[in-house]
Design a protein around this ligand. Structure first.
Ligand code: MSP
Length: 489
């Protein structure tokens, strides 16, 4: 796609958080996936072999509870929700290469168990008694903070003080090593503010973390990964969920993909799971003697009308509603351009509609329609595009590679503005009707130039708005005005 030399390996491994399938995905999840997808598409067009991983985090008490509430058997319940994940990803054009489920006993469990065994062999797992407040309804420990008037708010019962045996992971041992790797950018954390946040967290010292739970009788066999060599225990979230990033590649099973793609080039995560990914996960890898991921890209949260989306506030925006009304590319456009990738960003239905009308209907859509109408009516055939017409600029590449998607989109929309000005100033639509042959020829060339500008715009839009990019390039190839790209709504 572009010529700038890169002396990096030509594979690119990109992961996303595996989401909990106890509820429908909302716009926040769609946001993570859109960022990841734009990055994956960019790197594919850069001739890199991309592996883009998505998945679901299924071995939790929340899942058992949600299934019970729905009156369903847990695994069947999960199958249904995972299908909804995939449906949303299909409608948003998310081009993931693999979907990992942590209940997959063939793919995920051997990887998580192999990792566990490495931690054990390193002497970093030990058994200890754990004491805490236990909610019988949850069949799990809860903390003081969870209580309302001394009772579990979900079950209305007082928790019991309970002791049980857990395996613990020696996270404390790795605090210095982690600080050094993060400070030196061997494990790069983007943006800087998150790097600072985690460094100060680690400086406060790290405590060992509980890595297993006794197997509860109510848990079906398919849920919860047995601790190797100790069937009375199942893995707790850390080794279970985080291991997905390597189990997906066949770690502990058939590791050809692991050899090819690990370490991950980028783990994309939301700010809520920074500590797991920047402290526990790299410490596990250090303990196991495995390479660390190269970069953690930590995005902010989406709010609606300045507030966290919540059913009670009535400000929840369902990504499927937006996609149904405006189409996938408009949603991707908004998320990538109007939400800062590093800070929290806000969305309202009104703001969305305004951006759609101003920038897509009146901006991009109108430009494409005007240029291609002129081309269809006045050019003898399709403009033959040269390689350079569809190379992305160094400025754009640099912004995408540093995750500044909103600025990368500004680069594209600047090109749209330039083309608009070109059209207004040079008036090819008037001159093409001139009786003067040379003026007519100037107009014809200007139309050709505008078509080339559209091709460049389409190339730059390919990672963010793939369907629009394709539609523009097809219109150019066939020299016809395309269907209305962004109808007025
Ligand atoms: N299962 C864990 C992740 C384990 S990764 C090994 C989990 N799942 S989750 O379903 O709660 O998803 C959390 C992630 O969803 C965030 O990290 C972020 O990617 C995304 N988001 C959830 N709410 C969000 C917003 N309001 N805004 C942006 N992203 C949000 O945590």
């Amino acid at each position: 796609m572009r010529t700038r030399a890169r002396n990096v390996k030509n594979t690119f491994y990109l992961t996303t958080p595996i989401f909990y399938p106890n509820a429908k995905l909302h716009l926040g999840h769609a946001y993570t996936m859109t960022l990841a997808d734009a990055l994956a598409r960019y790197h594919r067009r850069n001739d890199e072999k991309v592996h883009f991983l998505a998945g679901s985090d299924e071995n939790t008490q929340k899942m058992v509870d949600a299934a019970a509430k729905a009156g369903a058997e847990p695994i069947a319940f999960l199958d249904g929700i995972v299908q909804n994940f995939m449906k949303l990803y299909a409608s948003l054009d998310i081009s993931y290469d693999q979907f990992i489920r942590t209940t997959d006993t063939n793919v995920h469990w051997p990887g998580a168990q192999a990792l566990w065994e490495l931690l054990l062999a390193a002497g970093d797992l030990y058994k200890k008694e754990y004491e805490g407040l236990y909610c019988v309804g949850h069949e799990a420990f809860i903390t003081d903070k969870d209580l309302v008037d001394g009772k579990c708010p979900d079950h209305g019962t007082e928790p019991e003080q309970l002791r049980e045996e857990n395996y613990f992971f020696r996270l404390s041992k790795y605090a210095d090593a982690l600080r050094e790797k993060i400070a030196s950018d061997e494990l790069r954390i983007v943006p800087q503010s998150r790097k600072k946040e985690i460094l100060s967290f680690i400086s406060g010292g790290l405590e060992d973390v509980s890595f297993s739970r006794p197997r509860r009788s109510s848990w079906p066999r398919g849920l919860g990964i047995p601790v190797p060599g100790d069937d009375s225990q199942v893995m707790y979230v850390w080794c279970d969920a985080l291991a997905n990033y390597i189990s997906a590649l066949g770690f502990g099973r058939d590791d050809a993909l692991y050899q090819e793609f690990w370490p991950a080039d980028v783990h994309i995560i939301g700010k809520d799971i920074l500590r797991f990914h920047a402290a526990i996960w790299p410490a596990m890898l250090l303990s196991a003697g495995l390479p660390l991921p190269k970069t953690l890209f930590v995005h902010g949260f989406i709010t609606s009308g300045g507030k966290k989306m919540s059913k009670t506030l009535g400000n929840v925006i369902d990504p499927e509603d937006l996609i149904d009304t405006y189409g996938p590319d408009a949603v991707r456009y908004f998320l990538l351009r109007h939400i800062s990738p590093f800070e929290d960003g806000d969305i309202t239905r009104e703001g969305f509609k305004e951006a759609y009308t101003a920038n897509l209907t009146n901006g991009l859509g109108n430009l494409v329609a005007r240029v291609m109408k002129l081309a269809e009516e006045h050019l003898s055939g399709p403009v033959k595009l040269a390689g350079e017409d569809t190379i992305v600029s160094g400025e754009f590449a640099e912004k995408v590679e540093t995750f500044r998607f909103n600025e990368a989109m500004d680069v594209v929309f600047e090109k749209i503005a330039v083309a608009d000005v070109f059209m207004t100033e040079r008036e090819p639509y008037k001159k093409i009707k001139s009786a003067d042959a040379s003026e007519k020829e100037v107009a014809r060339r200007d139309i050709e130039s505008l078509v080339r500008q559209l091709a460049s715009i389409a190339a730059h839009l390919a990672p963010a708005m793939p369907a629009t990019s394709k539609a523009i390039l097809a219109a150019i190839r066939e020299n016809r005005k395309p269907e209305n790209l962004f109808p007025r709504l």
